[in-house]
Design a protein around this ligand. Sequence first.
Ligand code: UD1
Ligand code: CA
Length: 471
Amino acid sequence: MNDDPMQALVQPATASSDRALAPDIVILAAGESTRMRSKTPKVLHPLAGRPLIEYSIRLAESLSARLPTVVVGRNAEALQAQIGDRAVYVHQQQRLGTGHALLQARPSLQGHSHAVLVFYADMPLVTLESMQALLALHQHNLAHGGVLTMLTFESDSPRGFGRIVRSAAGQVLAIVEEADCTPEQLLIAELNPGLYCYDADWLWRSLDQITVSPKGEYYLTDLVAIAVQQGCAVLAHKASDPVEMMGINTRVHLAEAEAVLRARINRRWMEAGVTIVDPATTYIEDTVEIGRDTLLLPGVHLRGQCKIGEDCRIGPDTTLVDTTIGAACRVQYAVLEDTLLEDHVEVGPFAHLRNRAHLAAGVHMGNFGEVKNSYLGPGVKMGHFSYVGDAVIGQEVNVSAGVITCNYDGARKNRTTIGDHAFIGSDTMLVAPVTIGAGARTGAGSVVTHDVPPGQLVLGVPARLRPPREE
Ligand code: UD1
Ligand code: CA
């Protein structure tokens, strides 16, 4: 047997003999979340780029190889769409409180494992370390006949948390919900974050003993007093960082949690070798990856599935959404959505790229340009005031100031194709569908309505091949 209590409980379950050692994890997520005043279920509100529930699921996944059980309510469909087969679902038909919610998991989990870890789905800041500390203490508690182990924390802003009532000798006696507290109990600074580990047999046996509260709910927190009445030890470990223990009940809490996560994410990237000039104005979602020695200037927002290579300089004031950027790129004052930049690309100031824009290596896209659903080949220069939509542009093409692909005829989006080394003169209108051959040129202000053969020059409105010069 392993002496290390952590090992015993944290180890992922593989062979069936190990199974009993890994805890079952139950996440309570069936609440109505009325305090959010939202049409969207609370646990699906986004936080640093991921829905709230994701944080609980990930925590569960790092604690146990078993699928967590999620108790769902009216939000079942939306939640299942989000989490899919990464959890087992049980339904709580009526919102009768957290104790009643956990009861719904009993039929599927009773007799399954030795330990059951329960937490609420609205706690995105809890770290793996804190949970491991809880499990370690639980192992110790079990060895001394205890049945319930929990985390607590101290804070001078108790905002709705249950209070931990202890005896004069310091033994935990009960959790009292804020609404039910006496004036003296309201002054208790030790609070219940809602992270519990139970001896499984005891838990499933004792859940029925919870009685309905004056509010008409069955409080999971009552299990503490029930255990104490039975003479079973309840151990509590005071967590050192109260910030982790925050539960999200309102949109104010959501913004507070977002600020904490943002600071954590920024720190993580700085420690990994990314320079962040002003962390206070840098917003990186949890889903983003950034290469070493990349510099982020103030006002950068990196959202969704973004991947940024090494040695880039991003910002100031730039938003990237679902965008991949190669190495050594420069992007300033720009918005890039669903875009791919290869290495050594320059974008901005003031550019908008979207809908599968793809700029190959060495492209220079300067001021006030827009690129949509288009490929710009290696070395293309597009310096000023252009719109390129639904186009494929070969390598080393010069797109002069004010060039526009007229890709929409009122009914359909039409394609523009430009061959390698073509030169598109200033203010050219390329009326799509149209193809400009390799090495072809268009004169300034031309309106191109027909294909241009390779190597030819067209001029005028509508553009025509330049007549042979007379001697
Ligand atoms: C709960 C605790 C409180 C603790 C606080 C920590 C109880 C009775 N109270 O209060 O001691 O300090 O969390 O944040 O447990 N849920 C269900 N079904 C229900 C009711 C709730 O699944 O019928 C779920 C919710 O979706 C939520 C979690 O349980 O994820 C907690 O519910 P919530 O209403 O937020 O409890 P609090 O009032 O915050
Ligand atoms: Ca809560």
